[in-house]
Write a protein that binds this ligand. Sequence first.
Ligand SMILES: Cc1cc2nc3c(=O)[nH]c(=O)nc-3n(C[C@H](O)[C@H](O)[C@H](O)COP(=O)(O)OP(=O)(O)OC[C@H]3O[C@@H](n4cnc5c(N)ncnc54)[C@H](O)[C@@H]3O)c2cc1C
Ligand SMILES: *[C@@H]1O[C@H](CO)[C@@H](O)[C@H](O)[C@H]1NC(C)=O
Ligand SMILES: *[C@@H]1O[C@H](CO)[C@@H](O)[C@H](O)[C@H]1NC(C)=O
Ligand SMILES: *[C@@H]1O[C@H](CO)[C@@H](O)[C@H](O)[C@H]1NC(C)=O
Length: 503
Amino acid sequence: MAFFLASILLGSGLVLQVAGTPLTNSLKCCSLLDAEFRGEQKVVYPQALEYGVLNTYYAPSSQQHPSCIFTPVDTADVSRAIKLFTRRSCAFAIRSGGHHYNAGWASINNGILVSLSNLNTVTYNSNSGSVYIGAGNRWRKVYDTVEPHNVTVVGAQNSDVGVGGFLINGGISYISDEYGWAVDNVQDFEIVVADGSVLHANSRQNKDLFRALKGGSSNFGIVTGFTLKTVKINAITNIVSWFPESSHDSMINAAYHYCTNGIDEDPSSQILFVSFMHVKNGTVSIQKGAAMTYADYMDLSNPPKVLAPFLDGTVPTSGIQTGVQNGTLGSLGHFLAAFQGPGGRTTRQTISIIPDLVLLKKLLGVFTKMTEPYRQSEGFEAEVIFQPIGRKWIEAGNARGGNSMGLKEPVIIMWVQPHWSSSKDDKKMGEFVSKTMAVFEKMAREAGKLAGFEYLNYAGTRQELIAGYGSESVQRLQCVKRKYDPRNVFGTLLPGGPKVPGF
Ligand SMILES: Cc1cc2nc3c(=O)[nH]c(=O)nc-3n(C[C@H](O)[C@H](O)[C@H](O)COP(=O)(O)OP(=O)(O)OC[C@H]3O[C@@H](n4cnc5c(N)ncnc54)[C@H](O)[C@@H]3O)c2cc1C
Ligand SMILES: *[C@@H]1O[C@H](CO)[C@@H](O)[C@H](O)[C@H]1NC(C)=O
Ligand SMILES: *[C@@H]1O[C@H](CO)[C@@H](O)[C@H](O)[C@H]1NC(C)=O
Ligand SMILES: *[C@@H]1O[C@H](CO)[C@@H](O)[C@H](O)[C@H]1NC(C)=O
């Protein structure tokens, strides 16, 4: 630990901070940008109709108010803009799909919002079996482009989600148990770094940056395009089993067994475990469920062994919902997008734990209690979700050159997510999540089962998220940071997002 801290401090000492330079007024920055791109209609001001469209987020609570929005159409535009931001000390934010829940990550008050939505090329190359994806795309277009060729990609579960943020922060796909994080399957990143240079990072060029970008978030530059390897799966099916209260204990036992055995025994499977609380007409109901997918042909009446306990009555169910059967990853993604619909008010925080049966039971018990003071809030619902990460998932990442996430042993990612109706409850709901997570964290730490890892795409805005990747990974990221962003442009001019410790 002491060594870890020392290296973090050392990291900060070696950087030539841009921090000494005062930021230029954001309106002035917008007019400089407007002059740079005169006549190209790429700088959008609040009074324009388009501003409202570009500034809409999945979760309304993550919206802020930029002084202007910059809409590049290619990598060269991004490069010219970054040169200007660096030269003139202009604050900015980067947005791809705008799905992250955290206000201030892909959004900014004052400052310039760089919206990548026009970087929307998707090109499949049947010779290499890879697909080039502009960072501003949604997964829908990617699935729709590659699946007619009978291949798919390790992409988001819900096909409405943006590509850029999802990938640079890791990316959990329905087929991650076998193929690893979505970003493990990137073969090449196209990125604009702080001095405006356009670089490619892959297994031959800028190898250190290549690895750093797999989970290193927005610390190194603006990624404008990803080349992703495609994969072939036969089919995919999803099913959700719900369990009555009388089954809760046996359900948790079976869930624990899946997290520690089934997941690696059959990596075509994936299960998310959920405890869902809602209030209807004054009555509180707590449901537990197992959301299962299977990435091959599947006969529901004869389920694969590792899913069977949740379907064949071993753990008695109160209901089974089937979604897509023997479909494609894209068809399931579209199904989920329609099912989940457009966003409402929501937020999330996450920790991860080392699988432990006693701890799981304790956490689920305390969750129900933590919701009590908030049940009067309009439209309040809350869930805690458990996503196991197995050994094969981690090994898949290592086999593809390693990533920044630093996981060495299986963990269960868990997150708490409330939903509510009114902006007047935004603060209260933030407090509910923080309090609940603090209790979970304390319980896990006391049990000796707290893992440091916090998945960035599900994380809240607390500091030092990347420190959870562990000292080895943090030191590697600090080296890469010194090399590619020596003046810490992406630490000082980009206020939002998780930062490499010491920068
Ligand atoms: C309905 C829904 C379903 C989801 N399903 C999944 C799922 O199946 N699996 C999963 O893992 N996650 C899922 N998520 C979470 C999702 O991965 C994150 O919200 C992710 O960040 C979204 O990507 P985006 O492009 O929309 O990010 P944005 O909100 O645009 O950005 C997120 C962060 O990444 C940075 N960033 C974005 N693009 C770039 C870039 N090109 N270069 C540098 N930095 C960049 C931003 O500055 C910001 O900090 C889901 C979210 C929602 C709302
Ligand atoms: C994809 O698979 C289907 C069904 O097997 C087949 O008819 C079709 O020709 C294949 N398409 C391509 C592009 O290979
Ligand atoms: C709501 O609860 C009240 C009082 O318990 C009951 O009379 C009413 O029928 C319930 N309404 C619905 C829609 O369940
Ligand atoms: C899915 O495929 C399996 C194996 O071919 C088959 O047994 C099952 O009936 C199919 N299910 C549906 C709904 O088509």
